[in-house]
Design a protein around this ligand. Sequence first.
Ligand code: HSE
Length: 329
Amino acid sequence: MKVAIVGATGAVGHELMKVLENSTLDFSELQLYASPRSAGLKLPFRGQELTVQATPEGAIDADVILASAGGSISKALAPAWVAGGALVIDNSSAFRYDADVPLVVPEVNGQAALGHKGIIANPNCTTAIAVVAVAPLHRKYGVKRMIVSTYQATSGAGQKGMEELLEQTHMQLHGKEATASVFAHPIPFNVIPHIDAFQDNGYTKEEMKVAWETRKILGDENLIISCTAVRIPTLRTHSEAITLELERPATPDEARELLRHTAGVEVRDDPEAKLYPMPLTASGKYDVEVGRIRASLAFEGGLELFVAGDQLLKGAALNAVQIAEYLQA
Ligand code: HSE
């Protein structure tokens, strides 16, 4: 099997290579594509040097294409990749809401990808991280309402987002005024309740993605979801506070037990030992940390939890590779 990465030089592309390096996916060749200005660059992979090529306009001779170059490139080029016979696992939002495109988190709804040809969509990072923890609770207890507050890292805006945090922090510490370019305002020492474009209903697109995508992945159009998405000055892990109203009551102990046996989850929940999910401990980890599990004061029989997941891994590259692994297994 031949695998290609489109967008190989970006933050997600970099993580895709690292995840593939240690993956169980059986492939004989890895091709790297990026914008023409990166063509010729050599990147190390399993002891070899692979040369980055400019992304072609037409078909790519690969069985699986992991696309992470952004929505406009996927939108323009994915049809030609599919026509050329490739399966495209797309990290952008270009096709996520198409009825014939499965939106997949393998631990939750991997079967939706089985036998599928064409495009499979990788969810928005915030959604992928939340559903790993919420899906088993939804399956066992039924979720009626889900209220989410996010604390999203700068990596959500790619390599340039992380660079802006580091550069502006340095400037501000040296008394210089930082001018925002990636984010709506300077990000160091700040918290910005604005990710992606505002919609007519007053929510941002990032907030609505959590609602649209969670419903699609869980296959539950009746699930009521409300989200506030906030950018914070961390590097690569998204954290989320989640409140759940349940159809059948669950105790925190029952939820902890269920989550301890859930693939992709690490329960980190011992307040006395100061043990809970944090970007500091979740960054670089494949599992999503889940903790602060407690009975909700808002909804009788409901739950509150806090999750932290690496935005570049489970929120992007890892989930994409896991889809390919799931299909090959
Ligand atoms: N839209 C997300 C963010 C990235 O800005 O954090 C998700 O892949």
